[in-house]
Design a protein around this ligand. Structure first.
Ligand code: ADP
Ligand code: MG
Length: 276
């Protein structure tokens, strides 16, 4: 956290003036199948280790569930990946070559790592389509062209996203009339409009009905292969419904990883949850 004073953070993408996602993605090297590397990452707050020599590897295109009792470090982990929190030590790479610790938050987002917070932040007065349009343009850093008309490719991308989130029929509705679930899906759609490579999703099904939870599971599963998604969620039934691989965090480190059955039957995991 104090590194920044000694070593200036050089944002090599911003130095080129205009940020173009294709240029950056061209640099993304996932030839080893891994999109995100975190190695020996530690974060302390006033001497307390929120992350403690944590190592985590995310495959390109995988859907990973992250669980762990309160205070385990889940949010801190996401803060480190997105550049909100600087670790005291360790390394964090996007693919083989992009050092995320040398980049600031906007540059990391621009490079294709985006995050969905719990609280939906859609523009209620704008239509579903307009929300997606705005997000797509903002994501490209194209604030200057915010009011320019979309080109054909951008239209296609929005249509595609509307289909992925199953909200095509709602495209001209103001976001303000949407249900809680629909707002959450729209927000996932707004991230997808920016074509992220990695998406971090914090408690996506909090406050949802059973039907909405099922639909969210379907939606997240459909992203596999195209996007790497890390989902933090407390709802174990939901985690079971989407999980291939589950990582259990405890006291700032990875306690264990495996299938839902493997981790649920692991005595250490049971111990940690009972002790909560
Ligand atoms: P989780 O999301 O798994 O519940 P967090 O990452 O939010 O866990 O927190 C991990 C630990 O770090 C907790 O004990 C929390 O109190 C502490 N912590 C998180 N952020 C801060 C902060 N900004 N200042 C001090 N302590 C913090
Ligand atoms: Mg948290």
């Amino acid at each position: 956290m104090h590194n920044s004073a000694e070593k200036p953070i050089i944002n090599r993408y911003q130095t080129f003036g205009i940020v173009g996602r294709p240029v950056i993605q061209g640099n993304l090297d996932v030839s080893h199948g891994t999109v995100l590397y975190m190695e020996d990452v530690s974060v302390s707050f006033d001497g307390f280790k929120a992350l403690n020599n944590l190592s985590l590897y995310i495959d390109d295109g995988e859907l990973r569930c992250l669980i762990g009792p309160n205070g385990a470090g889940k949010t801190t982990l996401m803060d480190v990946i997105t550049g909100k929190t600087r670790p005291d030590s360790g390394s964090v790479y996007f693919g083989q070559t992009i050092n995320l610790l040398e980049m600031d938050e906007p540059a990391i987002a621009q490079a294709g790592i985006c995050r969905k917070f719990q609280k939906p932040s859609v523009f209620e007065n704008l239509t579903v389509f307009e929300n997606l349009e705005l997000s797509l343009k903002a994501g490209k850093g194209a604030w200057a062209t915010l009011f320019a008309t979309l080109d054909a490719e951008q239209y296609d991308r929005i249509d595609e996203v509307l289909e992925i989130i199953a909200m095509t029929s709602l495209r001209f509705q103001p976001a303000g009339i949407l249900s809680h679930g629909q707002k959450q899906w729209l927000e996932i759609g707004m991230l997808l409009a920016q074509e992220p490579r990695v998406m971090l999703v914090d408690e996506p099904v909090a406050g949802m009905t059973h039907q909405e939870i099922d639909r969210t599971a379907e939606l997240l599963l459909s992203l596999q292969g195209k996007h790497s998604v890390i989902v933090v969620e407390h709802d174990m039934e939901f985690v079971r419904s989407i999980a291939n691989k589950v990582t259990v965090l405890h006291e700032g480190s990875v306690l264990t990883e495996g299938s839902m059955d493997e981790v649920q039957n692991d005595p250490r995991v049971i111990q940690v949850y009972l002790g909560e």
